[in-house]
Design a protein around this ligand. Structure first.
Ligand code: FES
Length: 105
């Protein structure tokens, strides 16, 4: 059994934007950057806004509430690179965008 979950079809997430999906009880933000897909935790660690609603520029998403910025490639918080939010593996199978979200410990 695959441990990847299909969340959307190729083309459903516009370039430079994100979309949020529930996978195994977690909200995951999937972004499209230059035709590739990247997934991080959707919940902003500041006050819980959906990062998927933010705009992406040069691989960085700005939280829509107070503009904290996170790298969509690895989840790094741009203002303190020692702090990261979770990132998840993404693959495209056919026209399906799939993410791998391990169960919470
Ligand atoms: S909730 Fe994201 S920066 Fe405040």
């Amino acid at each position: 059994m695959s441990d990847y979950t299909t969340v959307a079809k190729v083309g459903q997430i516009p370039e430079g934007r994100g979309a949020a999906f529930e996978v195994h009880g977690r909200m995951v933000a999937v972004f499209c950057v230059q035709g590739e897909y990247f997934a991080i935790d959707d919940c902003c660690p500041h006050m819980g806004a959906s990062l998927a609603a933010g705009c992406v520029q040069e691989g960085v998403v700005a939280c829509p509430w107070h503009a904290w910025r996170f790298c969509v490639y690895d989840g790094t918080w741009c203002d303190n690179r020692r702090i990261k939010i979770d990132r998840f593996e993404v693959r495209v199978q056919g026209d399906a965008i799939q993410v791998r979200v391990p169960p919470e410990p």
